[in-house]
Every structure is written in C-alpha cells, then in structure tokens.
Design a protein around this ligand. Structure first.
Ligand code: DX5
Ligand code: ZN
Length: 223
C-alpha cells in the first residue's frame, strides 16, 4: 500500500488558498485535507461547504473532509455536494455511527471514522466491516501545530491488526496531528498509509515543496 500525503489547509494562507493548494499538489501532495470545526465538538471554528467548494475547484486530487462537528449527519450532503471525495466523522459525535457511515456512502463518497486520543480502538470494532477509512487522531482535535502524542502510535498498529482480522486490509488508516518528518516513519511502520500534515507543510521555513520532499523522504525511511 503506497503512503499518501494529505496536507491540511488549516495551516495554509487563507488569503491565497488556491495558490497554496496548487503548490502542495505540484510538490506531490496526494490528497487535500479540509478541517471543519464547529466551536462545539472542538473549541475552534473553521470553514464550511463554501470553502470546500473552492478547494475542489483548485485541484483535481481527492478532497478529504474531516468533520470535527456535532450532528455531522446534518451536513454530510452539503460537503458531498461541495465536492468532497472522503468524509470523515468522529465516533464521539455519532450515536448512530453505522447509519452515518452508510449515509455518507450513499452520497457516493468514501466514509471515514475518526477517534480522539482518549477513545479506545475497540469502540470501532462494529463498524470496521463497513468503513473506507479509519482516522487515528494523534493530537486532540481543534488546532494545528500541536505536539504529536506518542502513545497513539500503538493505536495505529492495533487498528491495522483489527482490520486484518476482519479481512479488510484495503481500508485506509490515516493519522492526523503533529505529523512531520520526525514522526512520520514510526506511524508508517505502525501501518498508517495516509499522513495528514498541516504546519509541517504550510509553515515549513523553506516552503511547501521542500516540506513535502522532507515528508516523502521520511516515509521512505520507514522500514
Ligand atoms: C487538528 C486537525 C489537523 C491539523 C493538523 O484538529 O484535524 O488536521 O490541521 O495540524 P498539524 O499537522 O499542524 O498538527
Ligand atoms: Zn484533520
């Protein structure tokens, strides 16, 4: 399974968002990750379907929407309409998770389920047969630029094992938070195949292209 890089636009320059997205894709970004926050599920407010539509218009690569919001089932259709290819909801925000996963897939979009650092992998056991992607948060969601929580690496390995146990080796395992050239090799070794990186890409002192090269180099170092 090749390892994909998904820059998070949370750390991009919103005044020149399309330029930053094109720079990332030209440098080899595989997906563009869009962080949607509602000020309730997480203590920050970001963007909605309108900006997602602008992201969609700026690139041909898959648009990966991470919904850090309450009642995501009320908004999934709007993000699908805006051009999302993947919509990920949080297990903690979905009392009817199986239904929400199905709802997203019926919109013609890949369905992901995310868990926060304090949420056990076991809470996903009943939906592993259905999901297209599992997102292991490696920071507490809400802000870019936080430090990677090392105890989460083992959760990546355990979700990969659980997926293999139900014959679902094709499911994407994504990590999000504090991923940079120093933390990338261990998450790839643990079984992650989609790496979200915000500040490591858009705040790199030498620019976006150097940042993505550095991440790609770090991924190659994984054993
Ligand atoms: C955190 C978001 C992340 C964030 C990652 O709540 O879900 O996608 O942008 O930012 P970095 O890579 O800076 O930790
Ligand atoms: Zn995210």
């Amino acid at each position: 399974m090749s390892v994909l890089i998904a820059p998070s636009i949370l750390s991009a320059d919103f005044g020149r968002l399309a330029d930053d997205i094109r720079a990332a894709v030209d440098a080899g970004a595989d997906w563009i990750h869009v962080d949607v926050m509602d000020g309730h599920f997480v203590p920050n407010i970001t963007i909605g379907p309108g900006v997602t539509k602008a992201v969609r218009a700026a690139t041909d690569v898959p648009v990966d929407v991470h919904l850090m919001i309450e009642r995501p089932e009320l908004y999934a259709a709007a993000f699908a309409e805006a051009g999302a290819d993947v919509i990920t909801v949080h297990q903690e925000a979905c009392p009817h998770l199986h239904r929400t996963v199905q709802q997203i897939q019926e919109l013609g979009v890949k369905a992901g389920v995310a868990i926060n650092p304090a949420t056990p992998v076991e809470t996903l056991s009943e939906v592993l047969a259905y999901v297209d992607l599992v997102l292991i948060m490696t920071v507490n969601p809400g802000f870019g630029g936080q430090a990677y929580i090392h105890s989460c690496t083992d959760k990546v390995a355990r979700v990969r094992e659980s997926l293999a146990a139900v014959g679902r080796t094709e499911v994407d395992v994504q990590v999000d938070g504090g991923v940079d050239a120093s933390t990338a090799p261990s998450v790839v070794d643990a079984g992650a195949n989609v790496l979200v990186a915000g500040s490591a890409v858009f705040n790199h002192p030498k620019g976006i292209a150097v940042a993505i090269d550095a991440l790609r180099g770090a991924i190659m170092k994984a054993s």
